[in-house]
Design a protein around this ligand. Structure first.
Ligand code: ATP
Length: 364
C-alpha cells in the first residue's frame, strides 16, 4: 500500500426520487488498499460501488480517481473494472475468449494472446484456454471473472459480492487466494459484502454502512475491539450489550454500573456522545471468564445459571442467565483441553476485566 489516495469521495449523496440510498459519503482509499464495504442488505453498499464504477452518477458531491474528477466520465473510460456477483461470463465462449473479451479490437491479437496467458497464470487457470465456460466449476468461473477484469489492468478493481455463489469451503479458499493476488499485484480492491468474516479476513480496512451512511471506517481489529455504536457492535462478531449508568469522574475516566457487575472505571470512547448518563456497554463473549467459584482476580463478577451449551469444536459457547439482565450473557471459551466444563443448570460465576468493557454511547 502507498500513501497516495487512489479514490476520494467527498460529501457524496445518491437519491432515487426522494429516497436517499447513500448520504454524506466521505471516503479516501489508498493505492494498493483492500477495502470492503460491509453492511446489511439494502444499506447502500452497491450504490457506492456503482458510483465509483460510473454506472450511476452521484446526486451530489464528487468522486476523484487517481486525482481525476470523474463527473460525467462514463464507466468504460474510468481506470476501474467490476467483477459481478453473477460473474457475467459468456457460456458459449471458451475461457480464453471470455478473458480476452474486453481487449478485442483495442490491442493487437498477439498482445491479447500474451495477456490472456499471463492473466490465466495469475488466477491459477494456466492451460485452460480452450475449456468451455460451461465446463467449469464454481471456483473456476469465479477465477475467469477475475481474469477478465484483471486483463484490463485497472487501477481499481470493484467486486460486488464476488464469492457469494460459492460454497463455504471454496469461499474460504478463494478469500485467501484473492487476498494474496491483490497483495502481489498491488491493485486497489473495493469489495462489497454482507459477510463480516469475509470482510475481516480479506480487508486492510472496512467501511460499515447502515441506512445509506458510512458509520465507521477502520481496520478489522479496531472495528472488533472498538465499535463506535450498537449497530456496528452487533454487526461485527457477537457482542453482549448491556445498559449501564455512566458518571464522569475527572477528565477522561468514567465509572459505570453495568447491570449486576458493580462499579468499574472504563476508558472513554471518543466517539460516544457528551454527558449521557444512560449508556450501553458491549462485552465480547470471549472476554468473560466463566468459573464454578467466584474468580479472585477479576474486579467485577456476577453469579448466573448456565441455560445453554453449544459446542463449536475450537471453542464452546455458553449462554448464562444472570439476575437483573433481560438477555442471556454469551460466553465463549477456547477448547484447549477438549472438555465441556459446565452443563445446563449449573451455577456459575462470570468475571470481567475493566479493559474489556466497550462504551457504545447512547442507545441510538
Ligand atoms: P444488497 O446487499 O441487498 O445488494 P446494498 O447494500 O448493496 O444491498 P443497494 O443496492 O445499494 O443496497 O440499495 C440501497 C437502497 O437503494 C435499497 O433500498 C434499494 O432498494 C434502493 N435502490 C437501489 N437502486 C435503485 C434504483 N435504481 N431505483 C430506486 N431505488 C433503488
Amino acid at each position: 500500500m502507498t500513501e497516495k489516495n487512489i479514490i476520494e469521495m467527498k460529501a457524496v449523496e445518491k437519491r432515487y426520487g426522494s429516497f436517499r440510498a447513500a448520504s454524506d459519503i466521505d471516503l479516501e482509499l489508498k493505492e494498493g488498499e483492500f477495502f470492503s464495504l460491509l453492511g446489511p442488505s439494502g444499506c447502500g453498499k452497491t450504490t457506492v460501488l456503482r458510483m465509483i464504477a460510473g454506472f450511476q452518477e452521484p446526486s451530489r458531491g464528487s468522486i476523484l480517481i487517481d486525482g481525476q474528477d470523474m463527473a460525467g466520465v462514463p464507466a468504460n473510460n474510468r481506470p476501474t473494472n467490476m467483477v459481478f456477483q453473477s460473474y457475467a461470463i459468456f457460456p458459449h465462449l471458451n475461457v480464453a475468449n471470455n478473458v480476452a473479451y474486453g481487449l478485442r479490437g483495442k490491442v493487437p491479437k498477439a498482445e491479447i494472446d500474451a495477456r490472456v496467458t499471463e492473466v490465466l497464470e495469475m488466477v491459477e487457470l494456466g492451460g485452460l484456454h480452450r475449456r468451455g465456460a460451461n465446463e467449469l466449476s464454481g471456483g473456476q468461473r469465479q477465477r475467469v471473472a477475475l481474469a477478465r477484469a484483471l486483463i484490463m489492468r485497472p487501477k481499481v478493481l470493484l467486486l460486488d459480492e464476488p464469492l457469494s455463489a460459492l460454497d463455504k469451503k471454496l469461499r474460504e479458499q478463494m478469500q485467501f487466494e484473492m487476498r494474496n493476488l491483490q497483495q502481489s499485484l498491488g491493485i486497489t480492491f473495493v469489495m462489497v459484502t454482507h459477510d463480516q468474516y469475509e470482510a475481516m479476513t480479506m480487508s486492510d480496512r472496512i467501511g460499515v454502512m447502515f441506512d445509506g451512511r458510512l458509520m465507521q471506517i477502520d481496520t478489522p481489529a479496531t472495528l472488533y475491539a472498538r465499535p463506535c455504536n450498537r449497530a456496528v457492535a452487533s454487526f461485527i462478531g457477537e457482542m453482549n450489550i448491556l445498559p449501564a449508568l455512566l458518571m464522569e469522574e475527572g477528565n477522561s475516566l468514567l465509572l459505570i454500573d453495568a447491570a449486576g457487575f458493580g462499579r468499574m472505571q472504563i476508558e472513554r470512547n471518543p466517539n460516544a456522545s457528551g454527558h449521557a448518563r444512560d449508556i450501553l456497554v458491549g462485552i465480547r463473549p470471549e472476554q468473560l471468564e466463566i468459573k464454578a467459584e467466584k474468580p479472585a482476580d477479576y474486579p467485577a463478577t456476577v453469579q448466573g445459571t448456565v441455560s445453554n451449551v453449544a459446542f463449536y469444536g475450537e471453542n464452546i459457547h455458553y449462554h448464562v442467565a444472570v439476575d437483573g439482565i433481560d438477555t442471556l450473557m454469551a460466553v465463549s471459551v477456547p477448547n484447549y483441553f477438549h472438555t465441556v466444563d459446565f452443563n445446563r443448570g449449573d451455577a456459575v460465576w462470570l468475571g470481567l476485566q475493566e479493559a474489556s468493557v466497550i462504551d457504545l454511547g447512547k442507545d441510538k
